[in-house]
Design a protein around this ligand. Structure first.
Ligand code: GDP
Length: 472
């Protein structure tokens, strides 16, 4: 079907041509590369495997263990609105303790690194919130090593706190809690920890494994100790990279500056980036003319876990785009062009996402092991009842996982989480709100809404047995 559209010939022409070649096909069948080439040739076309070419060209070789050195952890700050994410990031930025540097970091480039008194470094993504975090993940970029989740001690474990926790867990990123605003007379950190314990999140003080520290982002009380705990968590992860090769990493943000042209902040994740490197980031390429650190100081190189803003790209890549370095400009340009072409074609083509109607077939062919569900409902009782029932549907072949559950309408952030974690969304007596439906259509996320618990359970059960008709 796709091939017919691309070559602008009838589907039946292709099917009969295939029959002449001794291949029986249907319109929805995927053809292998050789068959595609032969069939296309019959119609006077040659096939150029763009995606495969690109992947080959940018494939990263695995590093030998002896080439690896420790790298700084990359940290994202998340939490409910007004609980103090920005204040914490600002405090760390301004009070940062690099010996001999006064004034800290004044500008915002989307990410910054700090050095603690003991010489260890931490890199912060300066785009707080789980929306930014999951939007990046939905684009395929896994940047964050550790999530700090800020909870105001004079408030409660709020809906967005729970979302942030689910988003970090779905990404497999360890959490360190910052119980904030303890300078306030009404602060009650114990209440927060008790609430967390009730959610099965046991912090250290409660005999659990999750690190947590009481802080005031306003006065700075406890922030140093919080960062030490982040470093302890990082030690367990044994983060390493190879500084002796061409850099790869991810775009954090990019914009057009009137005087300087396109400015992109990128985070080096492996290798070392140098001035003069030819860079390909998303659809854009160029030779790095200048690089600046978070203090606006010119730098010549950037090693793993270092954020820099660079000049020289011929456009603004998107946050979450990967970047690679090429030996010569021609290669970078060529791949940028191919990528643009590929993206154009992909927007026509359909992406394969998990849908309820499709999982039965995929379970049968053994291509499906986990059914991720995001569950939203109108009251706690129904959410809990459905969680229980869904989990009981797990079999030896397939595990039903509720990666996020909450009371409330289906939001855009739910859709992004579904996209990043290949999940379906089930709403009980709730509907998509705001942009959620639109984004779900774009991302091809299956949203199902029910008003009878029995129907919801039956549909998932039928789907797992391959009995559900594959309609949307
Ligand atoms: P965000 O929405 O999570 O980024 O929260 P902000 O950092 O913007 O903080 C929300 C409000 O809480 C602001 O008015 C801050 O000044 C205040 N705030 C943040 N942290 C603290 C703190 O530790 N103590 C006190 N007293 N106020 C704080």
């Amino acid at each position: 079907g796709e091939l017919a559209t691309m070559m602008d010939v009838g589907i039946n022409d292709i099917i009969s041509k295939c029959m002449m070649l001794g291949i029986m096909v249907t319109m929805n069948q995927r053809l292998d590369a050789d068959t595609l080439s032969i069939v296309a040739e019959e119609f006077g076309f040659t096939v150029d495997f763009v995606a495969a070419d690109i992947e080959e060209a940018i494939q990263e070789e695995e590093d030998a263990p002896e080439d690896l050195s420790p790298r700084a952890p990359i940290v994202t700050v998340m939490g409910h609105v007004d609980h103090g994410k920005t204040s914490l990031l600002d405090y760390i930025r301004k009070e940062n303790v690099i010996a001999g540097e006064s004034g800290g970091i004044t500008q915002h480039i989307g990410a910054y690194g700090v050095q603690l008194e003991n010489g260890q470094r931490i890199t912060f993504l300066d785009t707080p919130g789980h929306e930014a975090f999951t939007a990046m993940r939905a684009r395929g970029a896994q940047v964050t090593d550790i999530a700090i989740i800020v909870i105001a001690a004079d408030d409660d474990v709020m809906p967005q706190t729970k979302e942030a926790i689910s988003h970090a867990q779905a990404a497999g990123v360890p959490i360190v809690f910052a119980i904030n605003k303890i300078d306030r007379p009404t602060a009650n950190p114990d209440k927060i920890k008790e609430k967390l314990a009730a959610m099965n999140l046991l912090v250290e003080d409660w005999g659990g494994k999750i690190q947590s520290h009481d802080i005031s982002a306003k006065t700075g009380l406890g922030v140093g100790e919080l960062l030490e705990k982040v470093l302890l968590e990082a030690e367990l992860l044994e983060l390493k990279a190879n500084p002796d090769k061409n850099a790869v990493g991810t775009v954090v943000e990019a914009f057009l500056d009137k005087g300087r042209g396109y400015v992109s902040t990128i985070l080096v994740q492996n290798g070392t980036l140098k001035i003069g490197d030819y860079l390909l980031a998303g659809k854009h390429s160029g030779k790095i003319k200048a690089m600046y650190d978070e203090r606006g100081k010119k730098v010549k190189t950037a090693n793993p876990s270092t954020p820099v803003s660079i000049l020289g790209l011929d456009g603004a890549p998107q946050a979450g785009d990967k970047f690679n370095v090429f030996e010569d400009e021609k290669d970078a340009k060529q791949i940028a062009a191919k990528r643009t072409q590929l993206l154009r074609e992909q927007s026509v083509r359909t992406q394969r996402r998990t849908t309820l109607g499709d999982i039965g077939r995929r379970i049968k062919i053994g291509d499906f092991k986990e059914l991720n569900i995001i569950l939203k409902g109108d009251v706690d009782g129904s959410v809990e009842a459905l969680t229980d029932s869904f989990q009981k549907l797990s079999t030896e072949e397939i595990e039903v996982k509720i990666i996020h559950k909450a009371v409330g309408a289906i939001t855009e952030s739910d859709v992004l989480l579904a996209s990043a974690s290949d999940a379906i969304i089930i709403g009980f007596n709730v509907r998509p709100a705001g942009n959620a439906r639109m984004v779900a259509d774009k991302e091809e996320i299956d949203i199902r809404t029910y008003s009878i618990i029995y129907d919801a359970i039956n549909d998932v059960k039928d789907a797992m047995e391959g009995l559900l008709s594959p309609e949307m």
